[in-house]
Design a binder for this molecule. Structure first.
Ligand code: PLP
Length: 239
């Protein structure tokens, strides 16, 4: 094994252990939580190694980086998740490789993605990104819509050809009432998810938890955790 392969295998094993332990502690089945490895800023060669190691879900947050990487890995059976703030001029590109867009935060993005998905002849899974640090009617600093905006976006996705509502996503806020209170933030997301699932049982994805707080997310009920640093290492640059 190359050094990088060894390093990724060890990191992945540690993350797997953490997820398994968190599931056990919460009385949940391990298979109820899907690991998404966030490969942003890391090369396609790492994605290839991760695939060899059994990873099937990867995420990216910038189309400029993601598009060539996805193209270089198009022979692999991977599900690509887009998790970054998405500008409408990138939507056509993203719809070409992503299966899931987790960062739905405005109506204009819904209509643009719908048009792009239709044009590409693909169906895109969509998660509404919730900004728990945003005031009512506002969007968050790191994307996402305030909780009171979820229903409007969910209804728009319901009605949009080429899009399928998958559920909700959040990033634990750095500011506001939930700063430093990851578990409370993820519990709040679960509450919003329950409300959404009351009328849309299929929209059952709850994407929450990163390297630092995956245990809190699993304890709260997350179905998907998004792990970058703990698998790939500290990123060489912000991303
Ligand atoms: C980078 C990123 C992650 C992964 O964060 P780590 O702390 O490196 O695990 C998860 N979600 C989103 C939206 C990200 O941008």
């Amino acid at each position: 094994m190359t050094d990088r392969r060894t390093e990724l295998a060890e990191n992945l094993a540690r993350v797997e252990e953490r997820i398994a332990a968190a599931c056990a502690a919460a009385g949940r089945e391990r298979e109820d939580v899907t690991l998404i490895v966030v490969t942003k800023t890391y090369p396609a060669s790492d994605v290839r190694i991760l695939h060899e190691l059994g990873v099937r879900h990867v995420a990216e947050n910038r189309d400029q980086d993601a598009a060539p990487k996805a193209a270089a890995c198009s022979d692999l059976d991977l599900t690509w998740h887009f998790v970054g703030q998405l500008q409408t001029n990138k939507v056509r590109s993203v719809a070409g490789y992503a299966q899931v867009v987790q960062s739905i935060d405005r109506l204009k993005l819904v209509s643009a993605l719908s048009a792009a998905a239709e044009r590409a002849g693909r169906e895109l899974g969509c998660l509404v990104q919730v900004a728990l640090d945003a005031d009512a009617g506002e969007r968050g600093a790191r994307g996402g819509v305030a909780p009171d905006g979820v229903e409007e976006l969910a209804a728009a996705v319901d009605d949009a050809p080429g899009l399928r509502l998958g559920g909700l996503m959040t990033v634990a806020p750095l500011a506001g009432p939930y700063a430093g209170r990851q578990r409370a933030a993820f519990d709040r997301l679960m509450e919003l998810s329950s409300r959404l699932r009351a009328t849309r049982p299929a929209a059952n994805m709850v994407s929450a938890g990163m390297s630092a707080d995956l245990e809190d997310a699993v304890a709260a009920g997350a179905t998907h955790v998004r792990i970058g640093t703990a698998v790939l290492g500290v990123r060489p640059r912000l991303g």
